[in-house]
Design a protein around this ligand. Structure first.
Ligand code: FAD
Ligand code: NAP
Ligand code: SF4
Length: 670
């Protein structure tokens, strides 16, 4: 047994779980419409077939007031039960267990009916909540209990009470958001009354043979958050109230410390759960940035927790557990914590999926079937688009040749993985290397595909990607003007004072590459916590200390022509982390810049008509990309058609999410 702790069963009294993984709650968007419940059932069933023993659904509101978004998923009425039965039946048919997460959005509710302990608007929503009266609090407790009863009726094995992340219950617990002076606020005991009453009354209503998981905020990471002593006292009360397990919640959504993005070190918060282990006797679940079996095994073996929760890693690879059990960790399609197709979609009110696995939440729609007949197919370019397309085509039974002009696979993704905090991206290329071997793709590295070489194939797919846009400016030909490719590949020396032209995703990444002294803080939990101000001694309220960023390795100016704040188009849930990182390292970010020339004095610019010279020794050009389609035109001249995917198709707004999804989709149709 390769991971003995991970695969040791957990006896919870009335049921035994087969392993120590819980599929954590993850909103997918499929919970919100009755018509999508068949798709939701298929999504969960696939994860159970892959070895998941216990699932927690995405958050379901116990009332309209508790909605996260208008018309979001809710379980409060008798007619809501039937749709949930589809989900529980599908999971049970495959031998799994499933709990419903009851989530009351509180002041995070993105609608005008939101409620909270006090009338205080959250910094992340435009709606000011209504303060619940004493009767409103009683009604809310009854709503939670009613929801749990209905969950039982719908066949769920239990519920998870969402008590963290800054939602309603967490809002009652913290001084920051609870300024009441009645029976539900004022002292610690009164602030803690709401969750205790909920769990107590829920246990009385559902009986002993039903799981109640309580998601407890172990680290609020906001000013005016709870103290560690308060958290310990609450955990003990929740245990006495009848909870079966306690899950770890880290940070509020409004917190300015990243908690799950890729630059957060793996298992960055399991030390918090470990601290609570000494205080309670019911099993504890730890979570956040646990994405590979060795990490999970180490946490369990060290005794930090009794179970590990993973949500995104099981979106990325539904068969994660089966592969771990068979000692095939290298075959796992690892979650790279990019948030691009999961959390970003949810915040944009779109259905979630996964950058590295576009089938996630589309199990019934993006189906990979055996090809009617095997054909010879050439794929040109082994970037994300070509890799996804070639391996899916070969999986379907086609004879696939993959041409790559570089000595290694990966395309631009290989540059991305050099960025501090994006080290995880290497896992995707490891995964695709394995898929190439397993599916039998014939990989021709260091081979430029030419129209002659492509003549004899039944189909040709062009995944030739993008080329950096050249800078048109006096002095652009100077030796100290570099492309981001040269910089990231380490082919050019970079000075101490650097101007970056272009502040898109790549400009930001290159700035981080230039300012961050190696090794990156994402590989060192203690250093990362210090830099972001996480109090690992747990002495400070909310677990927050003043951030202490290490000095920048260089002085950097990041520039764009568009006026206004930089980084507006960065991804929804991760852009703020990049902006905060650069600000902490004193990168000068300038918008509304006109570039004039580069000479011995440096980069000459003009802002609001005012001329300035940035006395830099290096200029790095990150001015966007252009599609590389020369081969497409050459093939067309011979009457041959090539299917264009990824950056070769459209360079604007390109990312690996689109490249992989487009490559996979095309492969299912050829
Ligand atoms: P490419 O990755 O450009 O691959 C094209 C491949 O085709 C190359 O390997 C090239 O050598 C090969 N090729 C071209 N012509 C030929 C030929 N004639 N014969 C043989 N081979 C040929 N995206 C995200 O989604 N999230 C991120 O966080 C992110 N960060 C990034 C950070 C950096 C620093 C960079 C540079 C990019 C980042 N990206 C990110 C963008 C992402 O890497 C690209 O969107 C993605 O790689 C595009 O995939 P593609 O397959 O279309 O093209
Ligand atoms: P981009 O986002 O289009 O940014 C290009 C930058 O160059 C802009 O700041 C633009 O700003 C500037 N620019 C454009 N034309 C210029 C010109 N002729 N001269 C000078 N400046 C010019 O492209 P990118 O940064 O190259 O990134 C490419 C893709 O990779 C992006 O679409 C992104 O999705 C993806 N990516 C994603 C991430 C991520 O974290 N998700 C990270 C990196 C890359 P002005 O026009 O205002 O000057
Ligand atoms: Fe993980 Fe990114 Fe996929 Fe989300 S989209 S599950 S963060 S790899």
């Amino acid at each position: 047994m390769p991971y003995p702790h991970l695969f040791s069963p957990l006896d919870l009294g009335h049921l035994t779980l087969p392993n120590r993984v819980i599929m954590g709650s993850m909103h997918t968007g499929l919970e919100d419409r009755a018509r999508d419940f068949d798709k939701l059932a298929a999504y969960f069933a696939e994860r159970v077939r892959g070895g998941v023993g216990l699932i927690v659904t995405g958050g379901i509101a116990p009332s309209i007031e508790g909605w996260l978004t208008p018309l979001g998923g809710r379980l409060s009425m008798p007619w809501h039960v039937a749709r949930h039965r589809k989900v529980t039946r599908a999971v049970h048919d495959e031998g799994g267990r499933i709990c419903l997460q009851i989530l009351h959005g509180g002041r995070y509710g993105y609608h005008p009916f939101s409620v909270a302990p006090s009338r205080l608007k959250a910094p992340i929503t435009p709606f000011t909540p209504r303060a619940l009266g004493a009767r409103g609090v009683e009604r809310t407790i009854a709503d939670f209990v009613n929801c749990a009863r209905k969950a039982r009726e719908a066949g769920y094995d239990g519920v998870e009470v969402m008590g963290s992340e800054g939602y309603l219950i967490n809002e009652f617990l913290a001084e920051r958001s609870n300024q009441r002076h009645d029976a539900w606020g004022g002292s610690v005991e009164r602030r803690q009354r709401l969750p205790v009453e909920i769990v107590q009354r829920m246990r009385a209503a559902v009986g002993p043979d039903f799981l109640i998981i309580y998601r407890l905020s172990m680290l609020d990471l906001v000013d005016g958050g709870q103290t560690w002593d308060e958290i310990v006292a609450l955990a003990r009360k929740i245990q006495s109230a009848g909870a079966s397990l306690i899950n770890s919640g880290i940070g509020w959504h409004e917190s300015r410390v990243p908690t799950i993005v890729t630059s957060v070190p793996r298992a960055a918060f399991s030390w918090v759960t470990r601290r609570l282990k000494a205080e309670v006797s019911i099993p504890l679940i730890t979570s956040n940035r646990i994405n590979m079996p060795a990490v999970a095994e180490r946490i369990l073996a060290d005794g930090d927790a009794d179970m590990v929760s993973m949500a995104r890693p099981l979106l990325a690879d539904p068969h994660w557990l089966r592969k771990a059990r068979e000692d095939r960790a290298a075959d796992i399609n690892t979650c790279i914590a990019c948030n691009q197709a999961c959390l970003d979609h949810v915040f944009e009110h779109k259905r979630a999926s996964c950058l590295v696995n576009p089938r996630a939440c589309h199990e019934t729609e993006l189906v990979v079937t055996a090809a009617a007949s095997s054909r010879r197919i050439a794929v040109v370019g082994a970037g994300p688009a070509g890799l996804a397309c070639a391996t899916t085509l070969a999986e379907r039974g086609h004879a696939v040749t993959l041409f790559e002009r570089a000595a290694q696979i990966g395309g631009q993704f290989r540059l991305a993985m050099r960025i501090p905090g994006k080290e995880e991206f290497a896992e995707t290329l490891r995964y695709f290397s394995r898929r190439i071997e397993q599916t039998g793709v014939e990989l021709r590295l260091a081979t430029e595909a030419t129209p002659d070489a492509l003549g004899g194939y039944d189909e040709v797919v062009l995944a030739t990607g993008v080329t950096p846009r050249a800078l048109v400016l006096a002095g652009a030909e100077r030796a100290n003007v570099l492309s981001y490719v040269d910089v990231l590949q380490g082919h050019a020396a970079v000075g101490q004072r650097v101007a970056i032209i272009g502040a898109g995703g790549i400009g930001f990444d290159v700035a981080e590459f230039l300012i961050e002294p190696a090794p990156s803080p994402s590989t060192d939990i203690a250093r990362w916590a210090r830099e972001w101000g996480v109090d690992t001694s747990l002495a400070a309220r909310g677990g927050l200390l003043p951030p202490a960023p290490a000095p920048a390795a260089r002085q950097v100016w990041l520039l764009q022509r568009t006026p206004g704040k930089l980084g507006k188009r960065l991804n929804r849930t991760t852009g703020w982390v990049h902006r905060a990182t650069l600000a902490a390292k004193q990168v000068t970010m300038l918008g509304g810049v006109e570039y004039e020339r580069i000479d011995d004095a440096g980069l000459h610019i003009r802002i609001d008509g005012q001329a300035q010279v940035l006395a830099v020794d290096t200029v790095v050009v990150c001015a966007g990309q252009q599609a590389n389609r020369s081969l497409h035109a050459a093939l067309a001249a011979r009457g041959l058609r090539g299917h264009l995917i990824g950056g070769a198709d459209v360079a604007a707004e390109l990312d690996a999410k689109r490249a992989i999804a487009q490559g996979t989709q095309l492969a299912t149709t050829l």
